[in-house]
Design a protein around this ligand. Sequence first.
Ligand code: IMO
Ligand code: MG
Length: 428
Amino acid sequence: RFVSNHTPSLLNPSAAVKRARNDSGNKVAVVLGAQWGDEGKGKVVDLLATESDVVCRCQGGNNAGHTVVVDEEEYDFHLLPSGIINTKCTSFIGNGVVIHLPGLFEEIDKNEKRGLKGWDKRLVISDRAHIVFDFHQAVDGLQEVQRQAQEGQNIGTTKKGIGPTYACKASRTGLRICDLMADFGEFSTRVKNLVLQYQSMYPALKVDVESELKKLKDYAERIRPLIRDGVYFMYDAIHGPPKKILVEGANAALLDIDFGTYPFVTSSNCTVGGVCTGLGIPPANIGEVYGVSKAYTTRVGIGAFPTEQLNAVGELLQTRGHEVGVTTGRKRRCALWFYVLDEIKVGVAYKINGKRVPYFPANMEVLQKVEVEYETFPGWKTDTSAVRKWSDLPPKAQNYIRFVENRIGVPIKWVGVGKSRECMIQMF
Ligand code: IMO
Ligand code: MG
């Protein structure tokens, strides 16, 4: 029997294995919301996107609203990664995102009018992403009405159909982009069955399924050139030539379905685990993770908010900070801050029955009742929006920032002092 000298021994690692031992591939940098959303993720993503080759969304849907201000022009993004304005970068919508196609095109049209060009050459969509239908949005509204009637309060969702779509995904009745790309007759049957299921739960639900399908057929042809196998797309981005890859988190840590203020949360994992599952990449490829926080906290919608300022301070923050939801236009609830104030209080611990707890309580009734322990700092009472260097910040502001940094034990990389691209102080 002839045995080639070139037959590799099964006991020796292949070239790919040897490579993987030394190098797991390109890393992705991640930007996440550390509070209740609206921290200014769009601005940080915009800063990093200028040197990125790929910008990805991995979870959430058009419940997100990310504002980017470039040369006085204000863009707002909901489903599109904010990197889409960077002409050198590919924007990727991963499998963990839920996509409302009419919303996507509305957003594209709006941003085209503001000067966005060539997006169709730079946008890639995973074939595994789930589809948000108009009736998911209607059901989102009906569920809110039901919650209000049964419990006397709702969640205050964005009514973008996010919860119902992720629920369908988990109950395995959802439809994905790959289904829309395949046989349309089969797709239509599954959509109609889903509508029937919903109508048996919500008899008041009216759906014009034929007209929704007709619109989807048109959208399907418009997005067809953008659809890829998302897992392979990411594999290639990671293991191909060196690339800078950035992930734009949507929503925020305290809205995370596992770690947030459940049930007043969104329906996806907005913390770092969502990056791996929402893109199909291993943890070893996660590089720098940046959490974005405001100097004060805000929250839209309902739910425990222990440091909330239901007083003149809260009103001042709301108006001075222009705290209005980008997605829903609702006023944001506000808690504690900065330069116009004589003193700034920082919540440093929660107490239950007078005893400090070293964790964030899971149960909402408990969280509603916690007592907050504050540390107080003198306010600097000067406008800092023109400051670009750390050394030019008032010492009282520096003091406050260093205190926060030491308390959380995480180095602060940038301090934002205003809305637009230039309004950033880089710390290291
Ligand atoms: P970005 O990415 C602020 C809130 C909603 C509601 C709850 C559930 O812009 O920071 P949903 O529609 O997701 O089922 O609503 O979560 N919420 C956000 N609040 N910013 C966001 O995203 C949010 N995404 C969801 O207001 O209270
Ligand atoms: Mg927002």
